[in-house]
Design a protein around this ligand. Structure first.
Ligand code: NAD
Length: 329
C-alpha cells in the first residue's frame, strides 16, 4: 500500500507519518509513504527525522504544481491531504497564499487523484469553517459560516472535495477537527508560543478579554480519528474530530503558567483582540464516535504536561524556528 501525504513535514502531517511508519496504524502495517511538502516557513524536514529510513519518500514541491502532482500521484492507493496555510493571524495580514494553497492546491490534488484512479482521498479540515457558536455544539450538518480568510479558504476546499465525490464519484472523506496541540507544533500557535515564551522568562500576549473558548485535541487523537475516517469513513461524508475539552484562553494560560512555574502578573500582557475573533468553538463528535468508534485517549492534563516537558527538552528544535518566524513576521 502506498499513501501520499501532503504537508507531511508540518505539525499534524508529520505526526501522522511518524505514527504510520512506526506501525501505529495496524491496518496500514507495511505501507510506504510519499510526503509532498513545499517546506514553507512551517514545514520542517527535521519533523520526519525519526522515520527517514523506513518507507518514506520525501518530495519537496508545491501542491499547486499540476505537472509535479500529476507525475507523482499514479501508484498511490490513498491521499491524506494536510498541506495548507494554517495560521489565522497570517491570513489576516494577507489572504493570497491561503486561497492559492488551500483552494487551488486542493483542486489540483483532486484532479490528479481522479486521473490516477486513487482509491481514497482524506481531506483534513477544521471546525473553524462553522464560524462561532454561543451555545451547544456543531454537528456536521451545521451551515458553513467561516469568519477569517483562513477558515473561508478551508471551507472552499471542503466544498470542492465534497463536490468531487458528488460529481465524479470519488471516495472523498472530509474531517473537521478542533484546536490541536502536542509536540513539533510550530511556535507561532498559542500553546507552543506561550510555553516557549514562559520557559524563556518572557511575557505572553493574551488577546482581548481572554474569554474566547476553544476545544483542545491532542494531535495523536486527531491523527487516530483521521485514520479511522480514512479506513472506514463513508465516502462523501464529513466527520468532526474533537478532544472534548473546552477552555477559555484565560484558563489555558493559567494551566500553562502553572506548568512552567510562572505568575500571571509578571507573565501575561493583554493585547488588542484579533480582528473578527471567533468567540467560541464547540464540536459534537457523536457521528465519528457512534459510526467509527472514535474516542479521544489523551486527557488534557496528561497531554499538556507531556507537551510542556517536550518543549522544555527540545529547545534545539524550536529556538531556530522562533528566530525564523520573527524574521518573517
Ligand atoms: P502546519 O502549518 O504545521 O503544516 C502545514 C504543512 O503544509 C507544512 O509542512 C508546509 O510546508 C506544507 N505546505 C504549505 N503549503 C504547501 C503547498 N503549497 N504545497 C505543499 N506543501 C505545503 O499545519 P498543521 O497545524 O499541521 O495543519 C495541518 C492541517 O490541519 C491543515 O490543513 C490545517 O488546516 C488543519 N488543521 C489544523 C489545526 C491545528 O490546530 N493545527 C486545527 C484544525 C485543522
Amino acid at each position: 500500500m502506498r499513501i501520499l501525504v501532503t504537508g507531511g513535514a508540518g505539525f499534524i502531517g508529520s505526526h501522522y507519518v511518524r505514527t504510520l511508519l512506526s506501525g501505529g496504524y495496524p491496518a496500514f502495517a507495511g505501507a510506504t509513504v510519499t510526503v509532498l511538502d513545499k517546506l514553507t516557513y512551517s514545514g520542517n524536514r527535521a519533523n520526519l527525522a525519526p522515520v527517514e529510513d523506513g518507507g518514506l519518500t520525501f518530495v519537496e514541491g508545491d501542491i499547486c504544481d499540476a505537472t509535479l502532482v500529476g507525475e507523482l500521484m499514479p501508484g498511490h492507493d490513498a491521499v491524506v491531504h494536510f498541506a495548507a496555510e494554517s495560521h489565522v493571524d497570517r491570513s489576516i495580514l494577507g489572504a493570497g497564499p491561503f486561497v492559492t494553497t488551500n483552494v487551488l492546491g486542493t483542486q489540483v490534488l483532486l484532479d490528479a487523484a481522479r486521473a490516477a484512479g486513487v482509491g481514497r482521498f482524506l481531506h483534513v479540515s477544521t471546525d473553524e469553517v462553522y464560524g462561532s457558536i454561543d451555545d451547544g455544539s456543531w454537528t456536521e450538518e451545521w451551515p458553513l459560516q467561516p469568519n477569517s480568510p483562513y477558515s473561508a479558504s478551508k471551507a472552499g476546499s471542503d466544498l470542492l472535495a465534497l463536490a468531487y465525490h458528488r460529481t465524479h464519484g470519488m471516495e472523498v472523506v472530509v474531517t473537521r477537527c478542533s484546536n490541536n496541540y502536542g509536540h513539533y507544533q510550530f511556535p507561532e500557535k498559542v500553546i507552543p508560543l506561550f510555553v516557549t515564551n514562559l520557559i524563556d522568562g518572557a511575557t505572553v500576549p493574551l488577546y482581548g478579554d481572554g474569554g474566547n473558548v476553544r476545544d483542545w485535541l491532542h494531535v495523536s487523537d486527531h491523527c487516530a480519528g483521521i485514520q479511522l475516517a480514512l479506513e472506514k469513513g463513508r465516502p462523501g461524508e464529513v466527520y468532526n474530530i474533537g478532544g472534548g475539552r473546552e477552555l477559555t484562553n484565560r484558563e489555558l494560560t493559567e494551566t500553562l503558567l502553572a506548568a512552567t512555574g510562572r505568575e500571571w502578573e509578571s507573565a501575561v500582557r493583554y493585547v488588542e483582540d484579533r480582528k473578527g475573533h471567533d468567540r467560541r468553538y464547540s464540536l459534537s463528535i457523536d457521528k465519528i464516535s457512534n459510526e467509527l468508534g472514535y474516542t479521544p485517549q489523551i486527557t488534557f492534563e496528561r497531554g499538556i504536561a507531556e507537551t510542556v516537558a517536550w518543549y522544555q527538552d527540545n529547545r534545539a528544535w524550536w529556538e531556530p524556528l522562533k528566530a525564523r518566524a520573527a524574521l518573517n513576521s
